[in-house]
Design a protein around this ligand. Sequence first.
Ligand code: DAH
Length: 502
Amino acid sequence: MQTATLLLGLRSPTACGLLKCTLARGTQSLSLKARRACAPLSTSCTRRQSEARGTSPKSLDVLGTTYATDSWTNTPPAILAKTGRDLLHQTSHPLAILKELIFKEFPTFAHYDSLSPVVSTYQNFDSLGFAQDHPGRSKTDTYYVNQSTLLRTHTSAHQLQLLAAGSRDENGILMQAKNSAAAPRNERFLVAADVYRRDEIDASHYPVFHQMEGVCTFSREEVRDTARQATAAKRQDKAGKVDCPDQAAQMIDTTVVGDGNPIQAAHSAEEAAFLVDNMKQAMNDMVVHILTKAVAAQQSSGDACAPGNQPQFPVRWIDAYFPFTSPSWEMEVLFQGEWLEICGCGVMKQEILNQADMPDRIGWAFGFGLERLAMLLFGVQDIRLFWSSDPRFAGQFSPGRINSFRPFSRHPSCAKDVSFWLPSGSTFHENDIMDLVRETAGDLVEGVKLIDSFTHPKTGKGSRCYRINYCSMDRNVTNEEINGVQELVRKRMVEQLGVTLR
Ligand code: DAH
């Protein structure tokens, strides 16, 4: 089996589990990460947290529905509050503008953008073939409402549900599509939605972000009969091709389908070649279209030297692994000297289509990270800005218009360190610190970084030092205010994580 590197920029050499482990601070990975093996969180730790908070509620309300809680519940109030923000429906918001741009690129697809973020564990993982011990399922990576219900970690959670709704003619769901007439049985659809992952904190990571899922299926008969089949097979042979169809994007694809990234036994070589070619074509077209708009926006801003501006974006295809596709790829864009992962994709595992009662259809799927594309498109440098209600941010955008964001003056940031001994006999996960700081400081926190880590040679005790950077996106904060927040963070770390401050 192949492992996939999941980071943009910095890549961790530590292989742990199915996918490579990501410990460095790159841009938010799209892929479900394998970190449990690196830093497990014991159940006792989580229980202690909620006991200490004295807030283990019997139920949670999410978007008007009440859910019973259990020992898996780990979704804090600050995250629950994000479920109602609905950025994709604020027509002047960059993410909503990007969503509409992509919807327009796929006019023959059904368009969904109002599916609830609360899904079953089955939808998010089992329906896609995630192994029971896949690290993505761990409480350290995923926000659970309870054991069988969670905040979706990716839009792929809706693949089986929407395909099955199409094949079984479930009118209720089908009618939720914006242009259901284009693909009346969900044979092709896009899903734009908010997704939730426990993660580190920095300028390109946020525990809530947005994805655009694309699914496109064909009847086997349609594929057999089409003349495109021959062309598709021929194109796939051209390994190592580098074509530059456009000024704004330079597409690089040296991947080859083969043992390391195999086609499925359920597909003939022609079927697989057709799907791969059709998918790559559709995705290349979309990315070139978006990057062309990004470059045009930079140029018309008249500030060609602004940070982040590039006259051309190299884009490369690399082999990847996902439990629900084979062969699989990721697409990366070179942005400010770093390869930025913008999407995962591949030929859908036939089991999913069979499960949806469509064994006679085959298909491909992709999942794009919208924040990353929006950062390129609008020149936004800090992911927190997407959540800002500061009029200096919101006022710069209008529906349907792509323009470069003009950064407003930054307020000074302020760094505070916290050093502590880890509790003995218990495991500790970095994401517990991330959630605790975010719960305490909200969007005042700009980044949290491990700056020192050692084990005492005599006592064997582990020590950590984290640097917390505080900076408001929209106002000046006083040192006294930050000191107060930092004190609260320190106090809660003792109470909730059982650490000993140094
Ligand atoms: N859901 C994946 C993730 O968030 C991205 C992805 C990969 C989506 C491959 C797809 C796909 O539809 O085919 O990491």
